[in-house]
Write a protein that binds this ligand. Structure first.
Ligand SMILES: [Zn+2]
Length: 66
């Protein structure tokens, strides 16, 4: 997870610093093979060596009537 960011007495600096750290954190995350978004959850699905996010797995769920 994200580390708690260091606060200074400059709220604007803290805001941008937090944003920058989050972006850096996201770059280190595995990317969903379907939507291409970094997976932010602690759990993901791995299918045939590729990561898939929860959203894409749900979207892929198909009803198969008898
Ligand atoms: Zn996805």
């Amino acid at each position: 997870m994200l580390n708690a960011y260091v606060t200074t007495d400059d709220p604007l600096h803290d805001f941008f610093e937090d944003d920058r750290r989050k972006e850096e954190w996201l770059k280190g995350r595995p990317v969903c093979a379907s939507c291409g978004e970094p997976i932010q959850e602690e759990m993901a699905y791995m299918i045939a060596g590729e990561y898939y996010c929860e959203h894409c797995i749900r979207a892929a769920k198909t009803y198969l009537p008898d």
